[in-house]
Structure formats: C-alpha cells, structure tokens
Write a protein that binds this ligand. Structure first.
Ligand code: TYD
Length: 211
C-alpha cells in the first residue's frame, strides 16, 4: 500500500496534455502538496536511451520490438522512480503510462490487447494509477497542433492516429472509474478548469477517506 497519489495524463500527440500537466503541478504545489512530474518514454537515464531509439531511430523498428522497448522503459521507471515517490507520499504526475501502450501498440499497431495488458501488468508491478485523465481531441485538430516537425510516432499516418483515439475512448468506456474523459478541443483555460475540478475532487476524497 502506497501513501501517495498517482495521476497519469493520456491522449493523442497534440492533445495538450503536457500543458495541462504543468498547470496542475503549479496548482497542487500552491495547495501545499509534494508533487513530482515525470513522463514516458524517457524519464531516467536508461529511458533517455530507449526514448532516443523510439522517437528518432531512422531505420525500421519491428512492431514487437517497439512494444518491448516501451514496456522496458516502464519497468525501469516504476522500479526506480514511481514506486519510491509514491511510498514517500508524493503526488506523481506522469505524462503517458500503460494506456498509451494499449492505445498506440494495441489499437494503433494491432498488437494483441490481452497480451499487452498482461505485459503492462508485469512492467508496473502493481502500480496502477489512482486517476487517469484522458484528453480527447479530434485527430484533425491534434495533427494541426503537432505541426510540421514530427517525431517517428507522430509521422505515422492519420488512420493510425484515428485508431489510437478510438482505442483511448474504448479504454475509457471500459474503466470509467479510473479514466476520466476531458474534451481537449476547447481553449487551454477551459480544459484546465475541467481538469482542476476532477483532480481536486479526487484528492479531497482520498484525504477524507484517509487512504
Ligand atoms: P512524446 O514526445 O513524449 O509525445 P507527447 O508529448 O505527445 O507525449 O512522444 C511519445 C510518443 O510515444 C507518443 O507518440 C506516444 C508514443 N508512445 C507509445 O506509442 N506507446 C507508449 O507506451 C508510450 C508511453 C508512448
């Protein structure tokens, strides 16, 4: 049992989730919470190397190799950073986590979802998020926001990104308690207000229950 609170931020490239994550970090710090921010892939030294391959390797990467690299990054990240931070009672804000693998490698790359779920469970060793925020945006808007400078994943075509989006929405329907849907087509302030309400609500709840 960990004392902290684990929140993951999910959504398409260009959904604006990282902007929201940083605003939420500032808010929670102002409220006096001990907050740490992290991301996948590439939070730690090993992760930096894996991230470089995943996002910038110029030759073909087999789908299953890509899948194991994201999972390997996650296993190290949980062990070395997320678990200790939660045990110290921190609020951990993580930019992408298990749902990215299901959405991108599962729905996007058509890898077996049941298998990916099992592999995710091995990688996270029990560290399931208390809350996941899904920033949903139309694929057209997301691609416009990403612009011309694309990394390896962003360069995959619109069909792939549409499958990813639908995959995320499907995950949200399956786990509505953990995953909260946020309409990210709106302005930054609008999206922020929704995000803030959801987070403060859940943190207050957790404190009231003393868990
Ligand atoms: P990043 O530059 O961090 O994108 P963003 O700022 O949108 O999070 O790149 C991460 C990319 O890796 C992004 O395209 C999603 C992809 N990804 C997966 O395909 N599977 C995963 O398990 C994770 C964590 C990320």
């Amino acid at each position: 049992m960990t004392k902290g609170f684990f929140i993951t931020f999910e959504g398409a490239d260009g959904s604006g989730k990282t902007t929201q994550l940083n605003k939420i970090k500032d808010l929670l710090e102002e409220e006096g919470f001990d907050v740490v921010v992290t991301r996948e892939p590439g939070a730690l030294l090993i992760g930096e190397k894996i991230r470089e391959i995943l996002l910038h390797h110029e030759e073909h990467i087999a789908d299953r190799c890509e899948m194991f690299l994201f999972l390997a990054d996650r296993a190290q990240h949980v062990e070395e950073f997320i678990k200790p931070a939660l045990e110290e009672g921190k609020i951990v804000l993580c930019d992408r986590y298990t749902d990215s693998t299901i959405a991108y490698q599962g729905y996007g790359r058509n890898q077996n979802i049941k298998l990916l779920t099992d592999l995710n469970n091995i990688a996270i060793n029990g560290m399931v998020p208390d809350l996941t925020l899904l920033f949903d945006v139309s694929t057209e808007t997301a691609m416009q926001r990403v612009g011309e400078e694309k990394d390896r994943m962003e360069s995959i075509g619109a069909d792939f990104h549409k499958r990813v989006r639908n995959g995320y929405l499907e995950l949200q329907r399956k786990e509505p308690e953990r995953i909260k849907l946020i309409n990210a087509n709106n302005s930054i302030e609008n999206v922020y207000n929704n995000t803030k309400n959801i987070i403060l609500d859940l943190i207050t709840h957790k404190e009231e229950k003393g868990v």
